[in-house]
Design a protein around this ligand. Structure first.
Ligand code: NAD
Ligand code: UGA
Length: 464
């Protein structure tokens, strides 16, 4: 079966870039990305490509090529569902904040709403593709809803998890390590549906990199991949603390270890802690699933990755207070970076939020500079944690438009995001305009230690 119309529900960090690339590479297929959020859709349709709702290197060029040709962004969800033969569900699946599984399980209410809407609107057969990251066996729940509320329409459910990383989304989508498609391999309809999706990707991905599996393996592989990646960060971060105690340098350790081809060099960069919308959420979800099957040792094993990450964020902030003579009350501290990693404006679960919160509790005066994150977002992140009133957050934390302004007259600087521009700042000038002793706490091991010390800074990097 050749797909002619694709609908994607959810125009977020995954739906937007993924569908843009699918449309770019399949000019004969109409791709409509729908969302309930009118502001977000308006931004995707903005004439000025600088106003796209997501910052990703290379994204604007892809949107420019395909938008209006065969790529459309719309709030007309029912219409797009009705017209499509293939529907991707790419809505958010946050950690539950209420009821059973609160703080651990994935909240599937948005997924279920999509399923009910698809069932209500559809009059022709549909291939429904799980693009969101979901607990293993969610496809079964989707199928139950669709089969029991649909009006005689046949549904095939596929799992097609997304492995892109933010900041490199377009590069990752253009050159994926693999595409994973899970489906019902035991029926002809299932195999046909899988083939239809394989054909979409085969327009630019070599066939041997398109993997087909059963649905449950596909769903679980996504959670497993994120758990393994986060585990590497927590592993190197655990070593960073030991390095600081023993005089070893975590970068040297990472290099020596990573040269073992069985271990490999990637994802061994010590940091102030991993952030992002998914690592924590997906591991908590895995922990919850393991517990629900009574696999307590499995659950405890993976939970330790999160415990280590929380410890890393806390100890980084605590070290700032301790080094600044055990008090930061009334002291100005500059935070360079608020995004959870470079080259994105996404701040979800960013370590910066927790470091700022810790320091604000110690009555520090915080000034933040980030090249891509808006002031509105920074306050929204702090207000969301809910430690202080909105008024207090705005009084104690300021957002400025240059790194120099952030650092001027400060007691200390904390580097929290590894933005390239921080490496080439005029550090001598910054030093001259700070209070002395001038401290830098480099949570990304980004700056040249020797040079910083030569300039006169008291320089502390994570893991030495
Ligand atoms: P997001 O919050 O950026 O986007 C989700 C969008 O879905 C929102 O714009 C929301 O308005 C919309 N939405 C929710 N319910 C809807 C409904 N019923 N109808 C129409 N629109 C609806 O989330 P995201 O970062 O794109 O993540 C989506 C999924 O992809 C999650 O399951 C996540 O775990 C997974 N994922 C994310 C990444 C990433 O890098 N962000 C990578 C791989 C996988
Ligand atoms: C991650 C995965 O890399 C993607 O494959 C996956 O699709 C995605 O989650 C998802 O499911 O949402 P992402 O969170 O966008 O992607 O970004 P990463 O590059 O993985 O970084 C996550 C966090 O780990 C960042 O805070 C980053 O700074 C930190 N990190 C990463 C380190 O501290 N050290 C490293 O060596 C690597």
């Amino acid at each position: 079966m050749k797909i002619k119309n694709i609908c994607c529900i959810g125009a977020g960090y995954v739906g937007g870039p993924t569908m843009s690339v699918i449309a770019q590479k399949n000019p004969g297929v109409n791709v409509t990305v729908v969302d309930l959020n009118e502001k977000r859709i308006a931004a995707w349709n903005d004439e000025d490509l600088d106003n796209l709702p997501i910052y990703e290197p290379g994204l604007a060029d892809v949107v420019k090529e395909a938008r209006g040709r065969n790529l459309f962004f719309s709030t007309e969800v029912d219409k797009a569902i009705a017209e499509a033969e293939m529907i991707f569900i790419s809505v958010n699946t946050p950690t539950k904040t209420y009821g059973i599984g609160k703080g651990m399980a994935a909240d599937l209410k948005y997924i279920e709403l999509c399923a009910r809407q698809i069932a209500r609107v559809s009059t022709t057969d549909k291939i429904v593709v799980e693009k969101s990251t979901l607990p293993v066996r969610t496809a079964q729940a989707l199928k139950n809803i669709l089969d029991n509320t649909g009006n005689g329409v046949n549904y095939q459910i596929l799992s097609n998890p997304e492995f892109l990383a933010e900041g490199t989304a377009i590069e990752d989508l253009h050159n994926p390590d693999r595409i994973l498609i899970g489906g019902d391999m035991d029926s002809k309809e299932g195999r046909d549906a899988m083939q239809a999706l394989v054909d979409v990707y085969a327009e630019w991905v070599p066939k041997e990199q398109i993997l087909t599996t059963n649905v449950w393996s596909s769903e679980l592989s996504k959670l497993t991949a994120n758990a393994f990646l986060a585990q590497r960060v927590s592993s190197i971060n655990a070593m960073s603390e030991l390095c600081e105690k023993t005089g070893a340098d975590v970068s040297e350790v990472a290099k020596a270890v990573g040269m073992d081809s069985r271990i490999g060099p990637k994802f061994l960069k010590a940091s102030v802690g991993f952030g992002g919308s998914c690592f924590q959420k997906d591991i908590l979800n895995l922990v919850y699933i393991a517990k629900s099957y009574g696999l307590n040792e499995v659950a405890d094993y993976w939970e330790q990755v999160i415990i280590m990450n929380d410890h890393q964020k806390r100890r980084f902030a605590a070290n700032i207070v301790k080094t600044l003579f055990n008090t930061v009350s009334g002291k100005k501290i500059a935070l360079l970076g608020w995004a959870f990693k470079k080259d994105t404006n996404d701040t979800r679960e960013s370590a910066a939020i927790y470091v700022a919160d810790y320091l604000l509790n110690e009555q520090a005066e915080i000034v933040v500079y980030d090249p891509k994150v808006t002031e509105e977002q920074i306050y929204a992140d702090l207000d969301y944690i809910g430690t202080r009133s909105e008024v207090e957050n705005r009084k104690l934390l300021k957002v400025v438009r240059t790194p120099f302004l952030a650092c001027e007259n400060s007691h200390a600087i904390a580097v929290l995001t590894e933005w390239d521009e921080f490496k080439s700042l005029d550090w001598k000038k910054i030093y001259e305009n700070m209070l002395k002793p001038a401290f830098i706490f480099d949570g990304r091991k980004l700056l040249d230690q020797k040079r910083m010390k030569e300039i006169g800074f008291e320089y502390y990097a994570i893991g030495n």
